[in-house]
Structures are given as C-alpha cells and as structure tokens.
Design a protein around this ligand. Structure first.
Ligand SMILES: Nc1ncnc2c1ncn2[C@@H]1O[C@H](COP(=O)(O)OP(=O)(O)O)[C@@H](O)[C@H]1O
Ligand SMILES: [Mg+2]
Length: 250
C-alpha cells in the first residue's frame, strides 16, 4: 500500500485505530504543528480517503511553520507512487494518519518500519473494546513486539480518574502497554482544527492544560532512538554467551 523511505534518521510515527472519531487526525495534526514549530519541516502522510489531515494542511496559512502533506490515499495514473509519497530529505518526523479500516495486509504495510505507534482511545466501553482488537491486531498481525517499546496509547477526550479511564488503564497494564498522555475533551482542539493550526499555536494561557499532555507525547516520540537502543541492548544481552550459559538447564 505504501512506499515509505527507509531512513535511519526518520521517526516514522503511525497514528492508528480503526475506530472513527477516536482522534487520529486531531493527534496527527497537533503533533505535526508541534514539530513544525521547532523545525525541521515535518510530514503528514494522510492514508485516510476522507483526507482530513490534507484538508487541515490546506487550511493552514502560509505564515505558519510549514508542514509537508502527502496524500497517500490519492492514486493517479499519471504519477508514480514513489513520487507521490516522497518525504522531504530534511524531515525528521513523518506522521502517518491512518484510515478507519485496514486489511491485514495494509496494517502490516502501514506499520512497517514504524518507530512509534500511537493508538488514540476514547474511554467508553465500545471504544475500549475496539481498541483492544486494534492492539491485538498490532501484536499478532503486524507482529509488533511489545518489548520494542514502539507502542503507546493516548487516552482522548477523557477526564482523569474516571471509572472508564481506570478500566482502560487496567487493560493496558495487563498487556504492558503505556498510556503516555490523557487529553481532555476540549474545544481548543475543535477550534485549532477549523483554523489549520495546532493547539501549540494558540494563546498559551488557553491551552496550558492540553499542552502539558501533548508535550508528554512529543517527549515520548522524541525519545525514539533511545527506545530503539534499549531494545538493541536487550537483544545483545539475550544473545550473550553468559546468558546462554545461565539458561542451560542444570
Ligand atoms: N480531545 C478532544 N476534544 C474535543 N474534541 C475532539 C478531541 N479529539 C477529537 N475531537 C473531535 O472529534 C472529532 C473526531 O476526531 P478526529 O481526530 O477526526 O478522529 P479520527 O481521525 O480518529 O476519525 C473531530 O471533530 C475532532 O475535532
Ligand atoms: Mg481522521
């Protein structure tokens, strides 16, 4: 489905959950705005035929820090896929906004080479159920290894300490998957979406609480190389002769 660049310095961030309305585009666009503010230019690859991320980029005024949009859902006969899906050389963060439903093959393709996978979840029973299926598919179909620390959940439109959030946390805890941020239900996100901006581009005093949580996500994403090295360390340890000796029975 996708051609993605195989670059060592690129954090490929996949925002995924087949449940429509859980906040994939909201999260994708707000993260992109944060990265754009700090530079270098980030890219959003919009894989959803609804094209909401691309519409958001089109709404963005030229005076704003630029974000490169890749309409991965558009397939024309004139242009080759590789040209359509080209990511600028200076880009360090590529955010993939995924569609509502994906075949198993597309799920494997969209998550291939991903360094960070974010699953936004609304904490209602129906949404938690859908999210658990999505996470199961990521682990079993896309073969994401939890120990690689690539996978994290963002609770969206949530009040802290509600029963539904606690239920979601217990479920994820049992799987060893972290909830890295809790975004509240806030009109700031709605207004930002309308104006083609991220909440980081709104008046700071209005978005303080929301930004605190968004910053946590940015921090987790920016740490992708450390997460990768921790994993690499682990596999080195597991392969070392001492460990092999220790594992031998008797
Ligand atoms: N934290 C939030 N607070 C308020 N509204 C939100 C929040 N997150 C998403 N929304 C709104 O919910 C709707 C669906 O979100 P969206 O990001 O488009 O979901 P998805 O891309 O998963 O279908 C949009 O109208 C968006 O503005
Ligand atoms: Mg969307």
């Amino acid at each position: 489905m996708l051609i993605t660049p195989n670059r060592q310095d690129l954090n490929k961030i996949v925002v995924i959950n087949p449940k429509g309305g859980c906040g994939k585009t909201t999260l994708s666009t707000n993260l992109a705005a944060c990265f754009a503010k700090r530079g270098p230019i980030p890219a959003i690859m919009d894989c959803d035929p609804q094209g909401s991320s691309m519409t958001w980029i089109e709404r963005r005024q030229d005076s704003r820090p630029p974000i490169h949009g890749i309409a991965a859902f558009k397939r024309t006969m004139q242009a080759t896929r590789s040209w359509q899906l080209r990511v600028p050389q200076e880009t360090k963060n590529l955010i993939v906004d995924s569609p509502a439903s994906l075949s198993h093959e597309d799920l494997r393709e969209v998550t291939r080479d991903a360094n960070s996978i974010l699953v936004p979840v609304l904490p209602s029973s129906i949404d938690i159920h859908a999210a658990s299926r999505c996470i199961a598919d990521l682990l079993l179909v896309a073969k994401i290894d939890r120990r690689d620390q690539k996978l994290a959940v963002v609770a969206n439109r949530t009040r802290k300490n509600t029963k539904s959030l606690q239920k979601l946390m217990r479920f994820l805890d049992s799987l060893g998957i972290p909830i890295i941020a809790v975004l509240r239900d806030s009109q700031n996100f709605v207004h930002a979406a309308e104006d083609g901006i991220g909440i980081c581009e709104m008046q700071p005093h209005k978005v303080k609480k929301d930004m605190e949580q968004l910053e946590k996500i940015v921090e987790w994403l920016n740490d992708w190389q450390n997460r990768r090295y921790q994993t690499a360390d682990k596999s080195t340890i597991e392969q070392s002769p001492n460990v092999t000796l220790l594992r031998k029975p008797g």
